[in-house]
Design a protein around this ligand. Structure first.
Ligand SMILES: Cc1ncc(COP(=O)(O)O)c(C=O)c1O
Length: 389
């Protein structure tokens, strides 16, 4: 048993009443829903209007969301996954095509590519945990049709470099911005770089509605018009079908919730950034134990997740969890080694940086509802784990 683990067990055994109270309080559902009456009033108004599909709240949300990204158009859909699938399909990506992305992402990025019939092609990540742009060109073939960079954890991918490569090779770029609401590069929002960008409004995201929902943004009027048709059976009107499409409408009820949250998203984002900054400062001297990823100046990280590399990661995870801290791993198995990806033929060692991150990264709670005491509790326990030996 490693020394640090013994320390963690000893410390856990001496848990005080204050610690126990703290352990109970990391759940934030009650805090998130403290202002629930205002939401319920909006839902009552929806029930009275009865515009349950593609209602007024959907158009309002689309217009406000597009503006918040500095773009003219947004199309509400029923999940971030559908946002990716619809974007890829509307750009003509399908069977016989290859799409480059990162193995260090949530399954939806890769699943969406595979669902179109295209082949996902992985490129390793770098010390920023992001798609390593220096390796993209080697992965491009005559079949490559698109690149799907992921703004993983809410940190922007290197979009200027990715756009240069895409333009040079005539490839589409579909940004997976599921985790990146309000992130930006020198003031230019993520989502405003590629042909389209795909956001998730899932209950765990920074702008989190009460079920599944997603939104696609674009600067192209042509893509906007096609996507609006595509998400609603290709119907130009009740009786006229312009193209075969799909039912992936953003639910009006979720748009009602999203409209209220959109007013708060700046405050939510600032709070997450402030929490992350506190952690960064508290861990800076834990060099060798905690490695904070490189963060470029001018890149606005919105901390959907706060992830660092940790020495003796699994023991730290156990220790933090046994002290009531909702630490997690995103994710222990990289996408190229998942059973679902076996047909792609990748093997262990193909993407060493990503594989190393899967072994060493840990996610600490960073959400906007954390109290000062909870943040201090996390910091105290991470430090104790390494230093009280
Ligand atoms: C990176 C990434 N892409 C895509 C998605 C899919 O979004 P949704 O869950 O709304 O379908 C998620 C959601 O977790 C995600 O984290």
């Amino acid at each position: 048993m490693p020394a640090t683990y013994e320390v963690s067990m000893n410390t856990a055994d001496t848990t005080t009443t204050k610690d126990k109270e703290m352990q109970a309080s990391f759940s934030y559902l009650d805090r998130q829903f403290s202002g629930v009456d205002a939401y319920l009033d909006d839902i009552k108004a929806l029930v009275q209007r009865g515009d349950f599909t593609l209602g007024a709240a959907v158009s309002e949300f689309e217009s406000r969301f597009a503006t918040s990204c500095g773009l003219p158009y947004a199309v509400g859909v029923n999940s971030g996954t559908d946002a990716l699938i619809l974007s890829l399909r509307i750009l003509g990506v399908g069977s016989g095509d290859e799409v480059i992305t990162t193995p260090n992402t949530f399954i939806a990025t890769v699943g969406a590519i595979a669902m179109t019939g295209a082949r996902p092609v992985f490129v390793d990540c770098n010390s920023e945990y992001m798609l390593d742009v220096s390796q993209i060109e080697a992965a491009i073939t005559h079949r490559t049709k698109a690149i799907v960079p992921v703004h993983w954890t809410g940190y922007p991918a290197d979009m200027p470099a990715i756009m240069d490569i895409a333009q040079h090779h005539d490839l589409f770029v579909i940004e997976d911005a599921a985790q990146g609401i309000q992130a930006s590069i020198y003031g230019k929002h993520v989502g405003s770089w590629g042909e389209t960008a795909c956001f998730s409004l899932h209950p765990l995201k920074n702008l989190n509605v009460w079920g599944d929902a997603g939104v696609i943004v674009t600067r192209s009027a042509e893509l906007y018009n096609k996507l609006r048709l595509y998400r609603n059976h290709g119907m130009a009107s009740r009786d006229e079908i312009e193209m075969f499409g799909y039912n992936s409408r953003l639910d009006t009820l979720q748009a009602v919730i999203a409209n209220r949250l959109l007013s708060d998203v700046c405050v939510i984002t600032e709070q997450r950034i402030s929490n992350a900054t506190l952690y960064d400062e508290a861990f800076v001297d834990l060099d060798g134990y905690i490695t904070i990823p490189l963060r470029r100046s001018g890149y606005r990280h919105v901390y959907h997740l706060y992830i660092v590399q940790a020495h003796d990661r699994d023991a730290l995870l156990d220790y933090l969890q046994s002290n009531g801290i909702r630490a997690k791993i995103h994710y222990p198995i990289p996408l190229h080694l998942q059973k679902a990806a076996a047909y792609l033929g990748y093997k262990t060692g193909d993407f060493p940086v990503c594989e190393e991150l899967c072994r060493t990264t840990i996610t600490l709670p960073v959400h906007q509802h954390l109290t000062d005491a909870e943040l201090a509790h996390v910091i105290e326990h991470v430090r104790k784990f390494y230093l009280a030996q």
